[in-house]
Design a protein around this ligand. Structure first.
Ligand code: SF4
Ligand code: SF4
Ligand code: FES
Length: 243
């Protein structure tokens, strides 16, 4: 079978021939490197869907190379919105800086008994392997490179919901700018996550918590619901005017 890989040096897709059979994409990349082109560059670690280093795009969808079974005609490209270091190897530093910006850790420990239900509410987000697949799939980065993005927001949700967090407000405050309100809730992040995490749902929940902490959707706040509007805009509601 033949697959195609985007090579960074020429910025063109190059075809490679593989033996027939169902093998993981990562094994195919190793085979190509050993038998056809030693310069092909990619990242890998655990080979078991645990370390998150091997994520690439296959036919424009994010996949872990160590778990995806390669098919004839597949087109392999690096993750989007990352600087390409070479071929399929990308620089993840900028994406993972979002964890710092969103302050995704316990701010102030407080003693609190945890029920099984409490643990269940936040344990799934802990499975994140920082593969950056959701970051690559998120369309907001095409228009806002400063967006905090799905995995940082899902981790912010995890810590803000932890009953042992004595200062959830700091986390909530830190995800207001380029954060919860910038997400379009398209669900692409949830669709590609190899660990079954649901950042879209977590961001929706973070919006609710944000409202409880006194924040509001800036696009809603910027609507003109203020004074009378005889020109056809807004609702013409004047909070000082009575009826
Ligand atoms: S749901 Fe939000 S965070 Fe997830 S991909 Fe869509 S815009 Fe990005
Ligand atoms: S949330 Fe899922 S897709 Fe996003 S970085 Fe974590 S494991 Fe990868
Ligand atoms: S090599 Fe570790 S997740 Fe694929």
């Amino acid at each position: 079978m033949i697959i195609s890989i985007l090579r960074s040096e020429t910025n063109t897709h190059q075809n490679y021939r593989l033996p027939a059979g169902e093998i993981p994409l990562l094994s195919a990349l190793v085979y190509i490197k050993e038998t056809q082109d030693a310069t092909l560059t990619f990242s890998a670690g655990c080979r078991a869907s645990v370390c998150g280093t091997c994520a690439v795009r296959v036919n424009r969808r994010e996949e872990l190379a160590c778990s995806y079974k390669v098919k004839p005609g597949d087109v392999i490209e690096p993750l989007q919105y990352h600087s390409v270091l070479r071929d399929l190897k990308v620089d993840k530093n900028k994406a993972q800086e979002t964890l710092k910006k969103a302050t995704t850790w316990l701010q102030k420990f407080q003693e609190a008994p945890l029920t099984h239900e409490d643990e269940k509410r936040t344990e799934k987000q802990t499975d994140c392997i920082l593969c950056d697949s959701c970051y690559s799939a998120c369309p907001v980065f095409a228009v806002n490179p400063d967006f905090l993005g799905p995995f940082a927001l899902t981790r912010a949700y995890r810590y803000s919901e932890d009953k042992r967090e004595g200062d959830a407000k700091t986390i909530i405050d830190n995800v207001q700018t380029n954060g919860v309100w910038d997400c379009t809730l398209c669900g692409e992040c949830t669709a590609v996550c190899p660990k079954g995490i649901d950042p879209k749902m977590d961001i929706t929940m973070l919006r609710g918590t944000s409202l409880q902490h006194g924040h509001q959707d800036p696009s809603f706040a910027s609507q003109n619901f203020g004074g009378p509007d005889f020109g056809g805009g807004g609702f013409g509601f004047d909070p000082n005017g009575g009826f």
